[in-house]
Design a protein around this ligand. Sequence first.
Ligand SMILES: Cc1cc2nc3c(=O)[nH]c(=O)nc-3n(C[C@H](O)[C@H](O)[C@H](O)COP(=O)(O)OP(=O)(O)OC[C@H]3O[C@@H](n4cnc5c(N)ncnc54)[C@H](O)[C@@H]3O)c2cc1C
Length: 299
Amino acid sequence: MDKRIICELWNLGCDLYFEESLAHHVNFRLGGEVPLLIVPSSKIGFIETLKLLRNEEIDYRILGNGTNILPTDERKKFVVVSTERIDEIEISEAVVYASAGVSFKSLCLAAFENSLSGLEKAFGLPGSVGGAIYMNAGCYGWETAENVLSIEVFDGKEIFEMRPDEAKFGYRSSVFKQNKSLIVLGATFKLVHGERDKIWESMVETMRKRYEKQPLEYPSAGSVFKRPRPDFYVGTAIESLGLKGYQIGGAQISEKHAGFIINRGNAKASDVLELIDYVKSRVKEHYSIELETEIEIWD
Ligand SMILES: Cc1cc2nc3c(=O)[nH]c(=O)nc-3n(C[C@H](O)[C@H](O)[C@H](O)COP(=O)(O)OP(=O)(O)OC[C@H]3O[C@@H](n4cnc5c(N)ncnc54)[C@H](O)[C@@H]3O)c2cc1C
C-alpha cells in the first residue's frame, strides 16, 4: 500500500498490522492473511479511516469481534478495519448508548450494574454491538431489534441517526447486511428499570443454558446455518442424519450441538467449507431443504 496512506492512517492514531493472519482475530481461529489490519483508536479515527479508504478506493471489511466470520485460507486483497477500540458506553435513566465495538457481554453487564432489564437473554451472546445490529443477532426468543431505540450510522459522507423501522430488521438480517456502505457507529438501547437480583438470576440462567448446549470450549462461529423456517431446527435435522461428530480434516460437526461446526485445533477454512457443502447436500437429499449459511464467508 502507498506509504502516504500508511502515514495518514498512523496520523489518525490507528494501530496497523501488516500481513496479519485473520486466524488471530476471528473466533474460528483460522483463515489467511490480509495485507493490512487497521485498528482505529476512537470513533472519530474510525470515521476518518473509512473516509480515507473510500476516497482512495481501497476495498475494506469491518471486523467486530469476529464471532460470525469464516475467512477462507487464501491471502485476501481487502484490508480490514477493526472496531475493537471503539468502546464507549453512556447511560442515562433507562437508555443506554453503546458504540460499535462494545462487546455485548459488557453491554449486558453495564445494564445489570444500573439495574436495567431487557438484555438478560443476550448475556453470553458473543460479538460486538455493531455485529449484533448488522445481523440482528438473537437467542432464546429475544433479538437485538427488540431494544434498539436508534442507530448511529456513517454512510461514507455523513453521520446520522437511523430509526429501527429504517434498519429493516428481520430474521438475522438488517439494512446493514444489504447495504455494506452503511456502517454502524453505535446504537441506543431502551431498557426498563428492574430488580438487580432478578436480572442477575436471569443472566446466569441464560449463560448456564449456553454452557450446557453449546461447544464453547472449541473455536467456532456459532450456528452455521439459518433456520429455513420457524419449525425447522437445523441442529436436530443434522443430528437425525447421524452427522454429530462427523469430521473433515480438522473441522467437525459438534457432538454437543449439531448446528455448530467446531475447529478441533488444526482446521483449515477449506475443511469447514467442505463440511458445510456436505451437510447442505445431505439435508437437501433427505428433507428437500436448501440450507443457507448464517456465518459470513470472507473470500
Ligand atoms: C459460540 C457462539 C455462539 C453464538 N450464538 C449466537 C446466538 O445465540 N445468536 C446469534 O444471533 N448469533 C450467535 N453467534 C454469532 C455471533 O455471535 C453474532 O452474529 C454476533 O452478532 C456477531 O458479532 P461480531 O461483532 O463478532 O461480528 P463479526 O463476526 O466481527 O462480523 C459479522 C458481520 O458484521 C459486520 N459488522 C461488524 N461490525 C459492524 C459495524 N460496526 N458496522 C457494519 N457492519 C459490521 C462485519 O463486517 C461482518 O460482515 C454465536 C457465535 C459463537 C461463536
